[in-house]
Design a protein around this ligand. Structure first.
Ligand SMILES: Cc1cc2nc3c(=O)[nH]c(=O)nc-3n(C[C@H](O)[C@H](O)[C@H](O)COP(=O)(O)OP(=O)(O)OC[C@H]3O[C@@H](n4cnc5c(N)ncnc54)[C@H](O)[C@@H]3O)c2cc1C
Length: 488
């Protein structure tokens, strides 16, 4: 392992991975230090996956600039990385006449930010576009899009690695010393030296800053819970459906978001929580989400919920203040050579490619930016087996019998795809890493059928002992020991 780098990026979320990929366009030695067993395990894997257009961020804010720029880059980035991107559009729905002026306000902000083609539509048009939706009027946002946030983060990381960057997983940053040109970063996997440091640690950006002696930041976690609706009900909506945002609130309101893979997300809620690890979900909130969603979509049945998850927003404003929280992206005078990205909440996913360009410019103020002639923006991937025509599937089965075995029945994932996921370029080998790369375990049965089969493949093919198998690394072991002599 090369332990001397030009730039060390702390945090393997979508922002850190986008930065690493952007920097790999240049002749720079770059490393991403990530404490978890895979990338996208923080907020980047637990959000709505929406490419926001920027109609609701105040003009002149850092967020507005990076949101609009990031959104304009997104389709190109997804095409290069072979990550699905769907411009499904969005309706922000006023349920009653009293909410209609809010739509005008959002349109005015959006027009000022340069968001194209916004229009207010009446209830008849709402029904024509989304027959299952209730609404008095709506703001139509045709350019809004959806992506899969963890697949994008993984793709950015893989592209960065293919272009020469290193990604160190399970490398928790525990100390930062030194100065511009000569930082020493102590991690749980040894010490790394770097000329520049980028603090892209999401919820923990305040902690990473403190490790380096910068005391000025404080992050308040705000939990957003979701429930996921079965694919069988994907026909309920064709585009995103949002309510008018709650006034002075911490989020956009409980919305309905179709996912790339055909589910519908309901959420997120918004509640300040004490701990940065409070990302569990609650039955009470799941019921509340379905109740609120049914105001927009009365045909929704609570029995269509297959599972739930939650993400934490890294707010820089406490609950007593509330309101707008801009991104903070700065190199502070007390520590030149270290860039801090703090409060990168929504639309941080959308803004990630634009943030990465800003960081590359900043790196250029300290180090020469010479182009990497070997940089390849494109990333090759196999088309998922379940998306191929029967003749193409038959050809693959002939070429490799592992395509002939379906391991995950809900999502139709083959043994070959599980093996490809296991042999990923980042070397991530948990059940979670396989799930996020192949989609196995994400269907209606949530791994009841394929979980044991994947564990068998891990044991047979990779020699991983059951007691060493985990969902997401240390502390999330799948097995604690054998029972009744079933094993050994
Ligand atoms: C509920 C919710 C919904 C959202 N919806 C959207 C949306 O639809 N569209 C959109 O544009 N944005 C959305 N966002 C915002 C978006 O998810 C975030 O802005 C984005 O994921 C932030 O990425 P990040 O890389 O900065 O942070 P993270 O993904 O949190 O990455 C930070 C990484 O740093 C690592 N780390 C922390 N401490 C250490 C350490 N000591 N050593 C090493 N590594 C460390 C963490 O493990 C983590 O992987 C949403 C956010 C939430 C919470």
């Amino acid at each position: 392992m090369n332990k001397e780098y030009d730039v060390a990026v702390v945090g393997g979320g979508v922002v850190g991975c986008a930065i690493a990929r952007e920097l790999s366009r240049y002749q720079l030695k770059v490393v991403v230090l990530e404490k978890e067993s895979d990338v996208a395990r923080g907020t980047s894997g637990k959000n709505s996956g929406v490419v926001h257009t920027g109609f609701n961020v105040p003009k002149g804010s850092v967020k507005a600039r990076l949101n609009v720029l990031g959104a304009s880059m997104f389709e190109g980035v997804c095409t290069d990385l072979n990550v699905p991107f769907k411009r499904v559009g969005k309706l922000v729905v006023a349920l009653a006449a009293a909410e209609a002026p809010d739509l005008e306000k959002l349109k005015t902000i959006g027009d000022a930010n340069g968001v194209p083609s916004l229009e207010i539509i009446d209830s008849k048009e709402v029904k024509r576009m989304e027959p299952n939706i209730n609404g008095y009027a709506a703001l139509h946002v045709p350019t809004a899009a959806i992506i899969c946030p963890f697949r994008l983060t993984i793709a950015l990381a893989e592209s960065a690695v293919a272009n020469g960057a290193d990604i160190l997983l399970e490398a928790e940053v525990k100390g930062i010393s030194g100065k511009l040109g000569a930082f020493k970063i102590k991690t749980s996997r040894g010490t790394v030296q770097a000329k520049l440091v980028v603090n892209s640690a999401g919820l923990y950006a305040d902690h990473i800053a403190k490790l380096a002696g910068v005391q000025r930041y404080k992050i308040y976690p705000v939990r957003g819970e979701y429930v996921i609706i079965d694919k069988a009900r994907s026909d309920l909506i064709t585009r995103m459906v949002y309510p008018v945002p709650p006034k002075g609130g911490s989020g956009l309101g409980v919305h309905l978001t179709p996912t790339i893979d055909g589910n519908i997300l309901i959420g997120p809620s918004a509640a300040y929580v004490r701990s940065k690890t409070s990302d569990g979900t609650t039955g009470a909130m799941s019921r509340q989400l379905v109740k609120e969603a049914r105001e927009l979509l009365p045909g929704l049945n609570p029995r269509d919920v297959i599972t739930s998850y939650a993400g934490l927003r890294p707010k820089t404003v406490p609950s007593t203040v509330g309101g707008f929280n801009d991104f903070t992206i700065e190199e502070v005078p007390e520590l030149p050579g270290m860039m801090h990205l703090v409060g990168i909440e929504s639309p941080g996913l959308t803004a990630a490619p634009a943030i990465a360009m800003d960081i590359a410019k900043w790196v250029g103020t300290h180090l020469p930016l010479r182009g990497n002639s070997e940089f390849h923006p494109q990333r090759k991937v196999h088309i998922p087996f379940n998306e191929l025509e029967p003749e193409q599937q038959a050809e693959l089965v002939d070429s490799d019998p592992d395509y002939g075995q379906i391991v995950c029945r809900c999502e139709s994932i083959t043994r070959k795809e599980i093996l490809d996921a296991i042999h990923n370029p980042l070397g991530a080998q948990t059940l979670g890493a396989i799930k996020y790369r192949s989609r196995a375990t994400m269907g209606r049965c949530q791994g009841g059928f394929c979980g044991p089969r994947i564990e068998e493949i891990l044991e047979k093919e990779m020699g991983v002992q059951p007691t060493d198998m985990s969902l997401k690394g240390d502390g999330s072991w799948l097995f604690v020991g054998s029972t009744k002599g079933l094993r050994g």
